[in-house]
Design a protein around this ligand. Sequence first.
Ligand code: ATP
Ligand code: MG
Length: 616
Amino acid sequence: MFHQGGRGGPPMARLSSSVNRDVEDDEKLSGKIYNAGVIRRLAKYLVMVWQWMALGASGTIIRSVAAIFTPYITGLIIDHYIRTENSSGLNVVVWSLVGLALFTWLGQYLETLYLTYAGQGILFKLRTQLCTHLFQLSMHFFSINKTGKLMSRVQNDVDQLQTLVAQDVISLLANFITLAGIIIIMISMDARLALITLTVVPVMLILILVWQLYARRTFMRVRTAIAVVNDKLQEGISGVRVTQSLSREEVNIEEFTQANKANLDANISAARLQALMMPAVDILTNISFALVLIYGGKQVLEGTLGVGVLVAFLLYIQRFFQPIMELVSLYTDVQRAMVSGTRIFELLDVENEVKDKPGAIELPKTKGDIAINHVYFGYKPDVNVLNDINLKINSGETVAIVGRTGAGKSSLANLITRLYDVKQGQILLDGYDVTGVTQESLRRQIGVVPQEPYLFSGSIEDNIRNGRDTVSQDEIVKAAQATGAHNFISGLPDGYKTFVGERGANLSAGQRQLICLARAILSDPPILILDEATSSIDTNTERIMQSSMLRLSKGRTCIVIAHRLSTITNANKIIVLEHGKLIETGKHEELLNKKGVYFEMFQALSNPNTVSTEGY
Ligand SMILES: Nc1ncnc2c1ncn2[C@@H]1O[C@H](COP(=O)(O)OP(=O)(O)OP(=O)(O)O)[C@@H](O)[C@H]1O
Ligand SMILES: [Mg+2]
């Protein structure tokens, strides 16, 4: 949470929606408290829960009014009944005090309950909207934005906004009612005494404003510091395996400790500021209290003022400064919520770069003919990762793509499944441009095994099924048998029901890849793309993979991004990528005879000390 130990506002962000900007930049931007766009959109959420808001607000009004009248009635009792020893009607007034207490209770109950309903309703809606939106955004967005920052959007910013809607708006109402009510009653009871009470208000306002000037910066530091701590923690946990295998723990611990220390320092500074402010407010309250007591007391002794009025005033003073403090800090709360609102709506407005064109058609069952025509592609506008790629893959062929690391192999595969759009050129499937068909119908016909096989936490069976509910257990076992995964799965104590941790943590890289392969071929797609894992897999799994690929390639188009010799030599056609250019194409022997890059690479691969194309 950004909200730590005090109040203060981050700079406002007023940003155009753009995919090409790291959301981290937001922290550095500043703006205004009033943002009509955000307010208008927020109002829509308020309208959705208006019944609850109305009930909550009525509770607030009841509570505030009851609180305002309590000192007044207390004063009344003292002056009219106790001092005059006149007991007739006293019962009614005392009971009305009890009534006020009951109203306070009722108001508080309504407020707490219904504002929670409203707030949670908005929280639920916003989070669902954000997640649904995020899960559908294109890869490009995720390669630009950090996971940690996106998480904080969905969690902290949504929380912030919920607080604004459910608490701040109502708190604003309650404080205004209380202040206005108290001032009106005080003036009507005794105008001069009221003025004396109010003399400390300007001093207090100046004090609070000066304090805020310093506090703002400190509280901003607090929030930035905790964000860094969270970021480091998340990065540390997701990379913990690599960290330990590289014995990098000390570096990470040191980095984390530094971030944690910065957070501690920021919080201590904030506490120091708060420790200064709270007593200052108390002193002012007491000064006001003393002034009223001296002046009012004198009047009481002179008989020109009722004791009850004085008591009521003293009670009002105690209730008067709290709303002022709250209103001032609300200013920064609202400001902060505006930033959150801006960020959330900005994220909701990010347009998906890869989207179905209007009138996109369903790709009919494809034969698996792929044509790549003059394709250019890059992740950044000014840098191309693929240049003028031309390639024809016939239905049923197995093509191996080889090349140095970073040559653009995985990028090319991503273009075929349209995870990204080409910058220039065309990719055709049976003559259909991939950008002209629906993504769903395209991806349904292409089985993909990604380079970093990803498993969701759940059972192995769930992972193979991948949400396809109509698939039977039998079909899952068949898919696993076809890929050679069945043997190791049935050897596990829980078989297909074995729970795999986050990202398949309890399986080997090879096993994960086999499960991904089973997932990819489950629906028998006409096209299969296998991006071989660069991480070394054991020779046994490699052999299983090799023979299953031979089997699976029959009757479908296969594109294998190959890092291993065995896969390459089995291919019908080999293409060599170098720096984003297709430099050699042909069969294994043809390419060897060319004595070009492939020849060099093959020699390096044939060397028993080298296990993958990375080394050549
Ligand atoms: N998400 C991304 N954002 C920005 N640049 C990227 C992204 N993914 C890859 N690149 C860059 O694009 C280039 C090609 O990467 P690609 O992953 O296609 O290489 P590759 O041939 O698959 O390499 P490897 O053999 O290591 O898997 C590299 O320079 C890489 O740094
Ligand atoms: Mg790759």
